[in-house]
Design a protein. Structure first.
Ligand code: SF4
Length: 339
């Protein structure tokens, strides 16, 4: 299972599947944070964005993701103030420029995103910036991979993970997963050689019947950076049961903001709860992000569902497996036709 969306994209860009033996099958995992966003979370972002005097700041990928009825893009067209930013710290600039507005940031991402969001909240608190808050929607991959591995329909021999996880996730969590399910696990960078080294390591582990955690082809961050990141994250967040699109609610798989910093928690400030939401699309993203199929297994892929007319978040997000598959894997004439 290729856990990370960026790894999936790199594998398609390098056309690695075509070079690998046919017995080595690569399936995708839940590692695209926009793809796993349930409609109920998008509904909460929309509800807060529609409050008076609110400016919502968001990454571009999240704009089009559908909630039960609206997306951030659709309410922006109707006049809601929604700005695209490139990093959480940009929110503080928007807050300083707009003292009469409240800047709300839907924090969507995995554990690797958490340190920069935590740092921004701590910076706002230390500067006394009070017109900024966050809707926490950060998810944790290890508990979710654990849950996917329990599915009898899923038959995974190894996990290829990105080196982003080493910034915050305990490597022990991945070592424990490898041992628990008797699978191989490798952390690798994004170059072709890193990915190939990672895959070879995993095949060798499987061949020799050992389950271990190999990070030899990863970029390892200094332990000081890791300690700082973990300190900030634990100062700001704690883990709770969280809903994932297509995967249900998974125990302790997402972060919420600690009570001491509730001024920076938009769910408390605007009294908004994450509801169930209503998935509008007849999309097979749940199958794709849990390793039970690839985009061509979805009847809509490249037909009813294209990057120009996306049905589900896996086609909307630039790191979504369906968007990447369409971009790199459809025959060039068909891709050009849709470009
Ligand atoms: S091709 Fe479209 S409808 Fe099918 S799984 Fe992907 S995003 Fe969903």
């Amino acid at each position: 299972m290729v856990v990370c969306g960026a790894h999936n994209q790199a594998i398609l860009r390098y056309r690695l599947r075509e070079e690998l033996p046919s017995r080595l099958e690569l399936v995708s995992g839940p590692g695209c944070s926009v793809c796993v966003m349930p409609a109920g979370h998008v509904d909460a972002f929309v509800k807060v964005a529609l409050q008076p005097d609110v400016i919502t700041t968001t990454c571009e990928d999240l704009l089009q993701v559908p909630g039960s009825r609206e997306s951030l893009a659709s309410i922006r067209q109707k006049g809601a103030l929604v700005e695209v930013i490139s990093s959480p710290r940009d929110c503080l600039d928007v807050a300083r420029r707009n003292p009469d507005k409240i800047i709300v940031y839907p924090a969507v991402g995995f554990e690797a995103t958490a340190p920069s969001v935590a740092e921004t909240i701590l910076e706002a608190a230390s500067e006394g910036i009070t017109n900024f808050c966050v809707i926490p929607s950060i998810r944790l991959l290890p508990p979710t991979i654990d849950s996917i591995m329990c599915d009898p329909e899923v038959d995974i021999d190894g996990l290829l993970c990105s080196d982003h996880v080493t910034t915050i996730s305990d490597t022990e969590a991945y070592t424990a997963l490898a041992k628990k399910y008797n699978i191989s696990c490798c952390i690798a960078g994004f170059d072709k050689s890193d990915i190939l080294r990672g895959l070879i390591s995993m095949v060798m582990q499987i061949r020799h019947g050992v389950s271990l955690f190999d990070d030899s082809s990863a970029v390892i961050y200094s332990s000081e950076d890791n300690q700082n990141a973990r300190r900030m994250v634990s100062e700001v967040f704690f883990a709770v049961d969280t809903a994932w699109r297509g995967l249900g609610t998974i125990a302790e798989s997402g972060f919420v903001i600690r009570d001491e910093l509730s001024l920076y928690d938009a769910t408390k400030r605007f009294n908004v709860r994450f509801g169930e939401g209503e998935e509008r699309c007849s999309c097979h993203c749940d199958m794709i992000i849990s390793g039970r199929g690839l985009p061509p297994d979805c009847p809509s892929f490249g037909m009813a569902c294209t990057p120009q007319n996306p049905i589900g978040p896996c086609m909307i997000s630039s790191e979504g497996i369906c968007a990447s598959y369409f971009k790199y894997n459809l025959e060039p004439s068909r891709a050009a036709q849709h470009a």
